[in-house]
Ligand binder design. Structure first.
Ligand SMILES: Nc1ncnc2c1ncn2[C@@H]1O[C@H](COP(=O)(O)OP(=O)(O)OP(=O)(O)O)[C@@H](O)[C@H]1O
Ligand SMILES: [Mg+2]
Length: 584
């Protein structure tokens, strides 16, 4: 129920619209009741004597028009409020999810998150527009018709309604059941969305490993589960119409039995009785709608619960309140006894006791075996994760004490996995610097040796590169990522295997560009290539999350330790074998 009230909070800004909607509903209810009242006059007065026929006809048309007007405006305005609430809810949810930490995204899959944003919020929308509107409009109509019943014969009205309380308990029980099953149904939808998203985006691997049938079967299993849970909801909902039908029948039978006696004894005219029965009939439609309101409400609450659970999840990398901006980097970056583990629940230290200092303008190479913790180490700098112990200082300030925006603005990054967007080449390069001029974009593209292939593309810089840049080769993607980092022109540069997908020639050229770029910058470079490493001012050698050696190439080699071992095993490649085939 709590979720319901929170949801109502989202409708608050639209109080004005809601007030107009309620007014329209009142019109609708009054016109409906008046139409029912007219029946007596028609039967008792207009039909026998023909008196006031025109007036009556005009009144019927007018009231029907007013009723239609009320229905139109209340329906339109309620739908409008529903759509706006949903728009705001989606907007909030999307922003909230995007703000979460990397560990949050490791726990929740893209398909699941998308399902929350689209399906759960969609469920809420259907319910808000329909349920809230129905609840008010039909309740008012019901009150109007009940007014007519009581106006003609209060005792008869009471007799007809004796059955009504009997239906309340089953409706409430049914509501509870519907809430539970609706939640399961939303969960099943989430699983389906996850499986679909995963296999579509991995379509090549699915095909290469001949797993189409297995994946189709996996998807079918989620469909079957969705069908079953949906049918559980349907089964619960299908009980409603027969219950209402029966109740209507009982009311009518009672009215007939009691009414015929009243007419016989002359206490009731046939016209009044017919009008009464007509009102009773007319009550059926709103009563049926109202009986569904609780069920709909429960479905809404189930979906709203899931939305608010997500909105209440806070894993954002926290920013100190009123954190000051980080001044332009000027002196040194200092890792002080840094330890880090990914999982809070069962901490396995990925990094332990990392301490080193990088003065401004210097280049550090980080080397180590696969899985040693190199990527993890550099990810701590833009605070994708926070250290579990120790601290990282920039110019003597703890990273956690400055604003995230100002920190990240000073860091340029080429990540190990190239990430591009389904947009034009120019927009991908200018991703972090939307105000860049075309000439600037071209200059960095030239520096990253991307200009040639871009010119050969069908629309040059305006060529769209497909989802995740899949219309480009691995090396081309990497060059765009380098150009993007170059354009950002940040004082601190992180290059994580930035040239790993390039062939020897392209790499040599790009290295050149990177070397120029790094001249005036402080850079953290993760590489296997000796040519890159040898240029570094310091080499940090990581092994299982610890710094085992630190120094320069010759110095480390003569120590005959881990670095020398890596060198001998050719994990630090002197030269890249061309086309991936080793040349003897
Ligand atoms: N999101 C994550 N959650 C849990 N563990 C992780 C996560 N990312 C990496 N790890 C673990 O942390 C360790 C270090 O990973 P990291 O990516 O830093 O290695 P690396 O030195 O960059 O290796 P490579 O040279 O292969 O890129 C690995 O053992 C890996 O299993
Ligand atoms: Mg890595």
């Amino acid at each position: 129920m709590n979720s319901f009230f929170r949801l109502l909070g989202y409708a608050k800004p639209y109080k004005g619209r809601l007030a107009w909607a309620v007014l329209a509903m009142v019109l609708y209810a009054v016109a409906s009741a008046l139409l029912a009242l007219l029946i007596k006059d028609i039967l008792d007065r207009v039909l026998p004597s023909g008196e006031g026929l025109r007036m009556m006809a005009a009144a019927i048309v007018l009231l029907s028009f007013v009723k239609g007007l009320g229905a139109y405006f209340s329906g339109y305005l309620m739908e409008d409020v529903g759509q706006r609430v949903v728009m705001n809810l989606r907007d909030r949810l999307y922003g909230h999810i995007l703000g979460q930490s990397a560990s949050f995204f490791a726990r929740n899959t893209t398909g699941q998150l998308l399902s929350r944003v689209s399906n759960d919020v969609g469920q809420v929308q259907r319910a808000v527009s329909e349920t809230a509107g129905d609840l008010l409009r039909e309740s008012l109509a019901l009150v109007g018709y009940a007014g007519v019943l009581f106006y003609y014969d209060a005792r008869l009205a009471l007799v007809c309604m004796t059955g009504a309380p009997l239906v309340v308990y089953p409706l409430i029980r049914l509501g509870q059941r519907i809430r539970r099953t609706a939640r399961r149904s939303q969960e099943a939808l989430e699983v389906m969305s996850h499986v679909g998203h995963e296999t579509f985006s991995a379509h090549r691997i699915v095909k290469a490993f001949g797993a189409e049938e297995r994946e189709t079967a996996r998807f079918r299993a989620t469909l079957l589960n969705l069908y079953r849970t949906n049918m559980r909801v349907v089964r619960a909902l299908s009980v409603l119409p027969p219950i209402m039908e029966l109740l209507g029948g009982i009311g009518l039978a009672l009215a007939l039995w009691y009414g015929s006696r009243e007419i016989a004894s002359g206490r009731l005219t046939t016209g009044a009785f017919t009008s009464f029965v007509a009102a009773l009939f007319l009550m059926y439609a709103p009563a049926k709608k109202l009986s569904r309101v609780n069920a709909n409400l429960q479905q809404t609450i189930a979906a709203a619960d899931r939305i608010f659970e997500m909105l209440d999840t806070h894993t954002e990398v926290s920013e100190a309140p009123n954190a000051p901006a980080l001044p332009p980097f000027s002196s040194a970056i200092d890792f002080r006894d840094v330890s880090f583990g990914y999982e809070e629940a069962h901490p396995r230290a990925i990094l332990r006791g990392i301490s080193f200092t990088v003065p401004v303008g210097k280049m550090v190479a980080i080397v180590g075996r696969s899985g040693a913790g190199k990527t993890t180490l550099v990810n701590l700098l833009p605070r994708f994760f926070d250290v579990t112990a120790g601290a990282i200082h920039i110019d003597g300030r703890d990273l956690r004490d400055v604003s995230l925006k100002s920190l990240r603005a000073q860091i340029g990054m080429v990540t190990q996995e190239t990430v591009l967007f389904d947009d034009t080449i120019a927009n991908n390069i200018a991703y972090g610097t939307l105000t860049a001029l075309p000439a600037e974009v071209e200059a960095v593209a030239r520096a990253a040796h991307a200009h040639e292939f871009i010119c050969a593309a069908p629309d040059g810089y305006q060529t769209r590169i497909g989802e995740r840049g899949q219309k480009l080769s691995g090396g081309q993607r990497q060059r765009l990522a380098i150009a993007r980092a170059l354009l950002k022109n940040a004082p601190i540069l992180i290059l994580d295997e930035a040239t790993s997908s390039l062939d020897a020639e392209a790499e040599l050229l790009v290295q050149d560009a990177l070397a120029t770029l790094m001249l005036n910058r402080t850079s953290f470079v993760i590489a296997h290539r000796l040519s890159t490493i040898m240029r570094a001012d310091a080499i940090v050698v990581l092994e299982r999350g610890r710094i085992v050696e630190i120094g320069q190439h010759d110095d480390l080699l003569s120590r005959d330790g881990v670095y020398a071992a890596l060198y001998k095993m050719q994990l630090l490649e002197p030269r890249r074998p061309e086309n991936g085939v080793a040349v003897q």
